[in-house]
Design a protein around this ligand. Structure first.
Ligand code: AP5
Ligand code: MG
Ligand code: ZN
Length: 216
C-alpha cells in the first residue's frame, strides 16, 4: 500500500501514521520528522532547513524532492509506505509523480484529514513530542500516562519550536496558500479520500483503516 497522509498542521497526521504503519506494516516517512532529525544532528540539510521551519515557512521544494527520492529508493519501501507531510506544494506533487514513475510504482490513496482551524490551534498549542521516537501527545486531549514521559519509549517530551503562537499562525496561512491546492491535484486523479478529523483519535483511526481496507 502506497499512501500519502495529507492535512493541515495539527490535523493528526503523525498520530494516525503510528497506527497505520503498524496496521499495514509499512514504514512511516514524515518529512517533518526527517528534517527535525537533521536539524538536531546539524547536517548540511538541517542547517539549511532550520530557519524556514522555526518560522513555519516551507523548506525549498528541491531539498524535499531530493530527500524523498532517496528515501523511497530504500528497500524497506518495496512493501509500501506512508508519506506524511509531503507533497505540500504543486511542484512537489509533480515531482512525486516523476519519482513514482521512475520507481515503477503508483499511489493508492491520498488520505486527507480534515479539521477546522480552531481545533488545529488548540491541538498545536498543547502538543508535546517525544525526543526519542517522535510520538505526539497533547497535554489535555492525549496526555501521556506519566507527565512529560513517552508511553512508547520512555523518552522525554518537549514542545516543538514551531508550536509557538506566531509560528502556528504562519503555518496555517502557508497551508491555505501553498498546500491546499494540492488537494485538487489529487482529486482530479481520483485518489483522494476525505476523512473527518474533528473527532476522537480512535474514531478517526477506525475510519481511515476502513477506507484503506476497501481499496487494499
Ligand atoms: P511537519 O512536521 O510535517 O508539521 P505539520 O505539517 O505542520 O504537521 P504537524 O506535525 O504539526 O501535525 P500533525 O498533522 O502531524 O498532527 P499530530 O498528529 O502531531 O512539518 C514541520 C515543518 O517542516 C514545516 O513547517 C516545514 O518548515 C518543514 N517541512 C516538512 N515537510 C515539508 C515539505 N514537504 N515541504 C516543505 N517543507 C516541509 O497532532 C497534533 C496534536 O493534536 C497532538 O497534540 C495530538 O496529540 C493531537 N491530536 C491528534 N489527533 C487528535 C484528535 N483526533 N483529537 C484531539 N487531539 C488530537
Ligand atoms: Mg506531524
Ligand atoms: Zn517515544
Amino acid at each position: 500500500m502506497q499512501i500519502v497522509l495529507f492535512g493541515p498542521p495539527g490535523a493528526g497526521k503523525g498520530t494516525q501514521a503510528k497506527f497505520l504503519s503498524e496496521e499495514f506494516n509499512i514504514p512511516h516517512i514524515s518529512t517533518g520528522d526527517i528534517l527535525r532529525e537533521n536539524v538536531k544532528k546539524g547536517t548540511a540539510l538541517g542547517m539549511k532547513a532550520k530557519s524556514y521551519m522555526d518560522k513555519g515557512e516551507l523548506v525549498p521544494d528541491q531539498l524535499l524532492n531530493d530527500l524523498v527520492r532517496s528515501r523511497l529508493e530504500e528497500p524497506d519501501t518495496k512493501k509500501g509506505f506512508l508519506l506524511d507531510g509531503y507533497p505540500r506544494t504543486i511542484p512537489q506533487a509533480k515531482a512525486l509523480d516523476e519519482i513514482m514513475d521512475e520507481l515503477n510504482r503508483k499511489l493508492d490513496a491520498v488520505v486527507n484529514i480534515d479539521v477546522g482551524t480552531n481545533a488545529l490551534v488548540k491541538r498545536l498549542s498543547g502538543r508535546r513530542v517525544c525526543r526519542g521516537c517522535g510520538a505526539p501527545y497533547h497535554i489535555v486531549m492525549n496526555p501521556p500516562k506519566v507527565a512529560d514521559v513517552c508511553d512508547a519509549c520512555g523518552g522525554e517530551l518537549y514542545q516543538r519550536a514551531d508550536d509557538r503562537e506566531e509560528a502556528i499562525k504562519n503555518r496555517l496561512a502557508v497551508y491555505t496558500k501553498q498546500t491546499q491546492p494540492v488537494l485538487d491535484f489529487y482529486k482530479k486523479k481520483g485518489v483522494l479520500i476525505d476523512i473527518d478529523g474533528d473527532r476522537e483519535i480512535e474514531e478517526v483511526k477506525a475510519d481511515v483503516i476502513n477506507a484503506l481496507e476497501e481499496i487494499a
